[in-house]
Design a protein around this ligand. Sequence first.
Ligand code: ADP
Ligand code: MG
Length: 255
Amino acid sequence: MSTRLEGLWASRTDGPQESAITLTGVSKVYPGGVRALDRVSLTVASGTFIAVMGPSGSGKSTLMHCAAGLDSSSEGSILIKGQEISGLNETRRTELRRERVGFVFQSYNLVPSLSVADNITLPLRLAGRAPDDDWLRMLIERVGLTDRLSHRPAELSGGQQQRVALVRALVAGPAVVFADEPTGALDVRSARQVLDLLRDLVDELRQTVVMVTHDPAAAARAHQTLVMADGRVIDHLWAPTAAELAGRLAALGEV
Ligand code: ADP
Ligand code: MG
């Protein structure tokens, strides 16, 4: 990375040991009584790429939604960069989410009528903020979209659309990017490109990424993997291989 980019980034990040997210004793009981999260405690250090795996219904999406402030937890404490988000009302949670969290979804969620450039800056404009042009240009260049800025999403491949979504998630300089099955709709080659980009952005720029995935090969690109079952984190693996992860999930009954 160029010195200039490092300078640009240094102004956006904090000390090396800072925690991006800290959950302490977090439970989520849905109306109707399903306990989707059962006293989950975990810390995600800044600059970490962490994957979340586990059988269907184990609580992965609920964990992501609560940790990102999309939904409220029933008990426990959730800190994003030291700021408590549990117990906030909907309005404050929405503000905090806009300021501190980026999202990437399986289905890209781009606005079809807007150009790539306008899609990328939409969340900032909704928040009444102006993009940092140097940062924006660097990100667009980094993901290889410079010559696609005036295109509509339908004129792009799935992999390109997901790279637009990735820049959109990063443009406000979020504390954490949450990605829910970001490669779920992509062919193998595009999936690898997007995963490589995610990994590089974490390693080069110290972005923090939490990625929910069913794919052991995708999780193996992360630094760490959490394995969930029945609303609990039952394993925390450092740099597991895809084969190790596949074996662990098979043991839980996940094919
Ligand atoms: P995963 O993402 O691992 O498949 P979820 O977090 O979606 O799991 O779901 C965990 C549990 O919570 C499941 O039993 C699911 O049926 C239940 N659940 C999820 N969302 C809701 C909801 N909005 N209302 C009630 N129960 C829900
Ligand atoms: Mg889910």
